[in-house]
Write a protein that binds this ligand. Structure first.
Ligand code: CTP
Length: 427
């Protein structure tokens, strides 16, 4: 949606400086932005900065801009309201339905999506009053981002940091791009690139025949849809699928395992997450003749000699295009005399070394096609991280909850000097 009208609310916290960069990013994306700071926000960044960068007047009170009845018109005409940073006080006033300045009055009149990015000290974020206010706002359909963990204003560190401007912009643009299926969906993958593979590969036997498998692609496609709804840039690499691909994701179609391997390695560069939900054929015919194989009356058919395909997932782990990428695999298992589904899953988790492996039982009406799933998520050591039961959409969101938590923990480690390994320099 180009040329949208965005109201950027800014409340009084030190992180207001990040909203300046957010304003620039929204303007560069082609949108008109009207900045509505609170009076205390102007203590951190002055009116002149907001006016110069937005090219629009900046008011804080309902008694300014009265000819246009701004306290009603701004909210009514907006396509999106973003509040960044949203302080504990702003959240409390919004949750209480107060209208004691232009920003809160605008929030009461807005009928468009509303995105709030809280930022405050950890104690304030964890206080039961704030927790209740956030829950109330989310229950009304407001998208409240979780703050990041890391260094705060002083020497303290913990959850409460405003996400970086590009993450905020990505979350805002994701909301403008289309309705989010569930308004309570948390945009916790905003700004992240997620690669998902789905469906089965087809290995040619000759120009008309192939070796394939029964994968419908539903689980991978549910993951792609869920990741996009959570604000991620999604690149979906699909083999043979029996369902439609979701809107709002970049789709690349491939045929064979070798084509999928190339596509995944290209897409994985710069991606934060790769989810290998595809059913990749383990073997391919050594040779696929260019002409159709004919029956020879009275002659037995030539045997099809197979060669092993590369294991795309194991290669990603052993030789990652980007060492920071979180790699998630799937394991479709049936129990047998050698062990249970979970036994085989644990062995596969250790063998493949992916950061996470989602193990599901297949066969006898389970796992494939349009049926509910039961998935156990293991880490690289084969330890159970969580178990998820439900539809493929619920499994997708459950898995992405784990992925998002891992990404947040990584960013916290990277930005928090306290948790960085200490080096002693001897002089
Ligand atoms: N996978 C892959 N490349 C392959 C085979 C599988 O990347 N050539 C990935 C799948 O996308 C999945 C995971 O590896 O994420 C496990 O797939 P699965 O078929 O369960 O395991 P296999 O390695 O094929 O082992 P086996 O069939 O022997 O159980």
């Amino acid at each position: 949606m180009a040329g949208a009208r965005i109201v950027l609310g800014v409340s009084g916290g030190i992180a207001a400086y990040k909203a300046v960069l957010l304003l620039r990013l929204l303007r560069e994306a082609g949108h008109a932005v009207r900045v509505v700071p609170t009076v205390s926000a102007l203590e951190f960044v002055g009116r002149a900065t907001w006016e110069a960068l937005s090219g629009e007047p900046v008011h804080t009170s309902v008694f300014e801009g009265t000819l246009d009845v701004e306290h009603v018109s701004l909210g009514r005409s907006a396509d999106l309201v973003v509040v960044a940073p949203a302080t504990a006080d702003l959240l409390a006033r919004a949750a209480g339905g107060r209208a004691d300045d232009l920003l809160t009055a605008t929030l009461l009149t807005a009928t468009c999506p509303v995105l709030m990015a809280p930022a405050m000290h950890t104690e304030m974020w964890l206080h039961p009053a704030t927790v209740a206010n956030v829950a109330l706002l989310r229950s009304r359909g407001v998208h409240v981002l979780d703050p990041e963990s890391g260094r705060l204003t002083g020497a303290d560190s913990g959850p409460g940091r405003l996400p970086e401007p590009d993450t905020l912009a990505a979350a805002a643009l994701a909301l403008l791009a289309g309705p989010v299926a569930d308004p309570r969906t948390v945009l916790d993958l905003a700004g992240r690139t997620v690669v998902v593979t789905a469906g089965g590969t087809r290995e040619p036997v000759d120009p008309v025949r192939f070796l394939g498998n029964r994968s419908s692609g539903r689980q991978g496609i549910a993951i792609a849809r869920a990741a996009a709804a959570r604000g991620a840039h999604v690149r979906l690499i699909v083999g043979e699928i029996s369902v439609a691909t979701p809107d709002g994701v970049v789709v690349e179609r491939v045929g064979t395992a070798l084509e999928m391997r190339d596509a995944v390695r290209r897409a994985a560069l710069g991606a934060e997450v790769v989810v290998m939900a595809a059913a990749v054929a383990d073997f391919r015919p050594v040779h696929a003749p260019e002409a159709k194989i004919k029956k020879a009356p009275g002659q037995p058919p030539e045997p099809i000699v197979l060669v092993e395909n590369p294991d795309i997932l194991a290669e990603l782990v052993a030789d990652p295009p980007d060492p920071q990428t979180l790699v998630v695999g799937f394991a479709a298992e049936t129990g047998d005399s050698e062990g249970t589904v979970l036994d085989h899953g644990r062995a596969k988790a250790r063998r493949k070394g992916a950061n996470l492996l989602a193990v599901n039982a297949v066969g006898e009406g389970r796992g494939f096609g349009d049926v509910a799933n039961e998935v156990t998520v293991l880490d690289a050591a084969g330890c159970v991280v969580t178990s998820i039961r439900g539809t493929k959409d619920q499994v997708a969101h459950g898995l992405l909850d784990v992925v998002a938590a891992r990404l947040t923990a990584r960013s916290a480690d990277a930005s928090d000097p306290v948790s960085e390994p200490r080096t002693t320099i001897l002089r």
